[in-house]
Design a protein around this ligand. Structure first.
Ligand SMILES: [Zn+2]
Length: 139
């Protein structure tokens, strides 16, 4: 059975078939992630919920080194993913160092995330992984 994520505004919480949630303006077609209630282009309040493509490429990334490791041991990698529909979104990446480069094809995935401070139960989180994830080292 799939875990349920806590960021229900951002994704469907399904670790088996994760999907990012967004909005699309019915007046001008502008998409928003996270989902918007007001269009950033035309200020229309008529917004529909959509899901974003699961595939894209790495547009930019950086490694974060901090003492407070919110997603487990080791540094984290975050960046921007250019989705198949042309949308650019921020996301966490799970990559082996040797595979991480601009333009690498990636796919949305999900798994265990950090428990929120007020809870002890494990929560799930979404992230992007390389499409050819059989290679390399993961973190
Ligand atoms: Zn609009």
């Amino acid at each position: 059975m799939a875990e349920t994520g806590r960021d229900s505004l951002l994704w469907n919480g399904n670790t088996e078939t994760p999907a990012l949630l967004a909005s699309r303006c019915r007046d001008c077609g502008t998409k928003g992630f996270p989902p918007r209630t007001v269009c950033g282009q035309c200020y229309s309040t008529i917004q529909e919920r959509i899901t974003l493509p699961r595939r894209g490429t790495v547009f930019a990334f950086c490694r974060l080194f901090s003492r407070g490791d919110s997603y487990g041991k080791g540094p984290q990698t975050v960046g921007y993913i250019l989705l198949e529909d042309g949308m650019l979104i921020p996301a966490r990446l799970l990559f082996g160092d040797e595979l991480l480069q601009i333009g690498t094809p990636v796919v949305l995935s999900a798994g265990p995330g950090k428990p929120p401070p007020e809870k002890t139960e494990q929560q799930s989180a979404y992230y992007f992984v390389p499409e050819n994830k059989g290679e390399g080292r993961w973190r």
